[in-house]
Ligand binder design. Structure first.
Ligand SMILES: [Zn+2]
Length: 146
């Protein structure tokens, strides 16, 4: 997405959890604990993938996109489909997206990544005030040097 920025990738953390699981230091009941809310969000707003669940290997993972931010008001914390995000990104200045992968078979779930969306990320989309201010400061500096 064009306005996507400040991406944080959680794949290292996910691999660490899977390692712990393989080593028997955590049980599947610790990591396969998707709440009914998360599973509903996956069913109704989720983005199907062709990636197999790393735990049960029988279902494909579903990605759920949660949105957070002051501008969202009562919608903050809700799940949105992937197709709804670009529309929001053009309407709002800034909001946070958390992507969670869920397996509807075994309830495995893990945060995949987070990022910011919104019009603030579009280069040249401000009304030029900052540029004018910077130019003015440069002019004042040049004048002072004279
Ligand atoms: Zn699974």
């Amino acid at each position: 997405m064009r306005t996507q920025r400040q991406v944080v990738d959680y794949s290292l953390q996910k691999r660490a959890v899977l390692r712990e699981l393989l080593a028997g230091r955590v049980g599947t009941y610790d990591v396969c604990d998707a709440s009914p809310y998360l599973k509903n969000a996956a069913r109704f707003h989720g983005e199907p993938t062709d990636r197999r669940c790393p735990i049960c290997r029988s279902e494909n993972l579903t990605l759920v996109h949660y949105i957070y931010g002051d501008e969202l008001k009562q919608s903050a914390g809700q799940a949105r489909t992937l197709t709804e995000l670009p529309v929001l990104a053009m309407t709002l200045r800034e909001f946070q997206v958390f992507v969670v992968e869920v397996c509807l078979g075994c309830d495995w779930n893990h945060l995949v990544e987070q990022y910011l969306l919104g019009r603030d990320g579009l280069a040249g989309d401000n009304d030029g005030e900052q540029d004018v201010a910077a130019e003015g400061a440069g002019r004042r500096r040049r004048e002072a040097q004279r």
